[in-house]
Design a protein around this ligand. Structure first.
Ligand code: PNS
Length: 160
């Protein structure tokens, strides 16, 4: 068994992400979910600390998972937690295109490997972007996110 790191923006964390975490626990043992910034995406709906709290509540039943926010590079976060590899979830061929380039780049500059975990087919359509969009208009996204995330989204949009 080893420690792996699962980096992402998780804005917000959804059931597809949770499925990848559960698979990574079964395959590797200890999993660090790393809340990071994706420079390709607008600054988040939730702060890094809010995302850490939502994910921590969502993985409460998985004792070998810890959740931490990191700034900077995923490879530096991987080194900081002594991860044996980076884990990424794949939903579609489009995900693979992006992830393959990142995996090769991260390997070239650091020597750390990336392992892809296929998301469960029934969850592969879920995206944080559409969850943000639907919940911002008061829509019900509870079938796509862990209950802890659903509660925070409801409270967030009642306030705004
Ligand atoms: O959930 P996302 O938005 O697809 O996650 C992408 C993320 C945050 C893992 C990626 O943007 C990332 O690794 N960001 C940290 C900065 C970094 O390491 N950049 C070099 C990529 S080769």
């Amino acid at each position: 068994m080893s420690t792996v790191i699962y980096p992402g923006s998780f804005d917000p964390f959804h059931l597809g992400h949770l499925d990848v975490v559960e698979q990574a626990v079964q395959l590797f043992g200890d999993v660090v979910v790393a809340v990071m910034h994706n420079p390709q995406k607008p600054s988040g709906q939730f702060t890094a600390d809010e995302r850490v709290d939502m994910i921590t509540a969502s993985v409460a039943k998985l004792p070998s998972v810890r959740v931490q926010a990191f700034s900077g590079l995923a490879i530096d976060a991987a080194e900081a937690v002594k991860a044996s590899c980076i884990v990424k979830g794949l939903r579609t061929p489009a995900d693979f295109e992006v992830e393959q380039q990142m995996a090769h780049t991260n390997y070239t500059v650091s020597g750390i490997r990336t392992v892809y975990v296929p998301c469960a087919p029934a969850l592969g359509f879920i995206s944080s972007r559409f969850i943000r969009e639907i919940s911002a208009h008061g829509g019900d996204v509870s079938s796509m996110v862990p209950s802890a995330v659903s509660k925070v989204l409801q409270a967030h949009h009642k306030r705004s």
